[in-house]
Design a protein around this ligand. Structure first.
Ligand code: GRF
Length: 188
């Protein structure tokens, strides 16, 4: 029996795509039962539609508080009884209350070797810091940005001719392999 996962996005959705592709492999333990975007213009919504995956938009601006926004998220997610909630480019920091409702079940992918370079512009930060390696991290989510316990990392050498753009490309390729692999391992 495949386990349900819910994927939360805000934008392009390339990690969503890599998870969808993995779910089509024989024996993959997860099925994406719902995609939620907090942004009505997220390209990732089209990826969900093209793959006939249930998708909804829940925009923070439609609610008069973050709590009400999160209550709605909780309600929609709970209906699917997911084994994992996977943040894939989801740009909102979730509250302690939210995180506690799904203890141990929320994971995120971040394009740096955490705990280095939290937040945005990670590749620029890695190059400017003279790092030897760039990479990505899948981690448990808590109520602080890019902070929870690290589950897995994948690294790549930063060469002297790398720019933020070339590094971003290399790391994104790693992300697309690492995230589906971690989900497989957690749910198998
Ligand atoms: C990825 O680099 C991910 O690591 C970060 O946001 C980006 C999202 O890209 N959290 P996409 O929407 O999955 O293409």
């Amino acid at each position: 029996m495949k386990k349900n996962i819910v994927v939360l996005i805000s934008g392009r959705g390339s990690n969503l795509k890599s998870i969808i592709n993995a779910t089509k492999e024989t024996g993959y333990p997860a099925n994406i039962s719902l995609v939620i975007s907090d942004n009505s213009k997220a390209q990732g919504l089209n990826i969900a539609k093209d793959n006939s995956i249930d998708n909804i938009i829940i925009e923070k601006s439609s609610f008069d508080s973050k709590k009400k926004f999160e209550d709605d998220l909780v309600e929609k997610i709970t209906q699917h009884n997911p084994s994992l909630i996977c943040l894939a480019g989801f740009m909102i920091i979730l509250s302690k209350d939210f995180v506690n409702k799904f203890k141990g079940k929320i994971i995120n992918i971040h394009p740096s070797l955490l705990p280095k370079h939290k937040g945005l512009n990670t590749h620029e930060k890695a190059i400017n810091s003279g790092d030897k390696y760039g990479g990505c991290t899948v981690h448990h989510v808590n109520d602080r940005m890019d902070d929870g316990e690290i589950i897995a990392q994948q690294k790549v050498i930063i060469t002297s001719d790398d720019t933020a753009d070339t590094l971003k490309k290399k790391v994104l390729e790693l992300e697309h392999k690492l995230y589906p692999k971690v989900i497989r391992e957690l749910l198998s």
